[in-house]
Design a protein around this ligand. Sequence first.
Ligand SMILES: Nc1ncnc2c1ncn2[C@@H]1O[C@H](COP(=O)(O)OP(=O)(O)OP(=O)(O)O)[C@@H](O)[C@H]1O
Length: 504
Amino acid sequence: MPASVLIVDDEKNILLTLSQSLQLAGYQTHLASSGQVALDVVSARPVDAVLMDVKMPDMDGLTALARLTELKPELPVIMMSGHGTIDTAVKATQLGARDFLEKPIARERMLVALRNVLKHQAAMEELQELRAQLGRYDMVGSGPAMQRIFSLIQRTAPSEGRVLITGENGTGKELIARALHQNSRRKGQPFVKLNCAAVPHELIESELFGHEKGAFTGAVSVRRGKFELAHEGTLFLDEIGDMPPAMQAKLLRVLQEGELERVGGAETLKVDVRVIAATNKNLEKEIAAGRFREDLYYRINVVQIHSPPLRERREDLPDLINTFLGEACAKNGRRPLTLSPEALAVMSAYDYPGNVRELRNLVERLAILCEGPVISRTDALELLPRGRAVVVPPVVENGTAAVAAPPSPMPSEAELMVAASTPAPALATPAPTAAPAPAPTGFRPRVDRTFREQVEDAEREIILHVLAHTHDNVTEAARILDLERGHFYKKMKALGLRRGQSES
Ligand SMILES: Nc1ncnc2c1ncn2[C@@H]1O[C@H](COP(=O)(O)OP(=O)(O)OP(=O)(O)O)[C@@H](O)[C@H]1O
């Protein structure tokens, strides 16, 4: 997707000339005739960089710059001036401008300045992403359930004992497995993961044990399996309850003897691997139903750690929300948002079927959509899936509930869409006052956005909605929308949407 540049100048000719030059160089452009319109544009749509004149009527460029950096601290702004004095340039830099161009603008100089600021920005975002990924292994929560988990991790990690982690999807089972590895003697060695539910049955043996060249059609070269890759480290077998019975027998042998053969191979290989398994199924029931081997169960279940669903440990919600909110604001270049007690009450009443993963995704949506700086009860209500949010009475100032409110209906899809769509026009023309009446479908056309922009708004909303429903599972979302996965990814990218914290 081309980078988008917002050009701010009160002179129409300059706007058009610069826009033409940038478009020829492959950029997408937005135009604003004043500082105020520029502020509206950046709060309404993704903009990668701003080119702004210093001298403008109404709001001068330096004031607009100060407001812009307050609104979007990460957004790179390049100032332009025909009356460039050292003083203005210094002031602009102090206010956060990344560069300063003198008018008349030399095309090449402008393109170099833009390339530089965008490169710098991309490097900063990558760094933030890495930090966020590292932070993922930090487990948040201080209630009794988490304390019990921490204590079990502390006592079990240094041993060689196999661990079975149980719990619903999204409750942090993988985090627990990683924490066990990180706190074990094996921590400098590999941590290898295999999701048994995600690999087709016919491929699982070669995934685990590897294969020799020519072992089956498609085995064009020798491949080491997860056990070999995890040698001296830890192998995390996620969703072990989905392992096919034939494989369960083969796994049992490796666990008992520490030996394996690659598919199609004659050589016996010795491996030293600590196995940690996880499941969202009740394995005792699976054994009773004949779907899981009892002997394997006893082999993997030396110590069991249960990760309870989030609805059973609501005491951790404030910590989790604050942590995720801080991460999401940093990741999306927003100033920190705070959660009002009313919003916390609404979020605490919801049951989170997708557990912590769902909470993380919801909070990231809040950080992107909420106009802030304080997240209100309405923001929280609009965020939660329709029909599933428990409507709690509003809270009065002293923090206690006011007269019980009648159960207010959840907003309709169309209302949510209008509330979530962005208010500001991209062009310098002020928006006409009267908005068109809603169409018979409930869709409310907007006169301040083009047809294409409104279609994109709707597409963005639909995708976010379905991703929230699938807990950020892109494959599943693509399936629901009947789109090819690659096309769905491209669409997300074109709309400026990112996959957020989803992990498979
Ligand atoms: N206690 C926690 N503190 C911080 N983040 C957490 C916590 N528990 C879970 N998460 C976050 O929730 C998401 C899901 O966690 P994780 O993948 O560990 O769950 P899981 O139980 O293994 O899920 P699945 O069964 O679907 O594989 C991740 O983004 C993880 O960082």
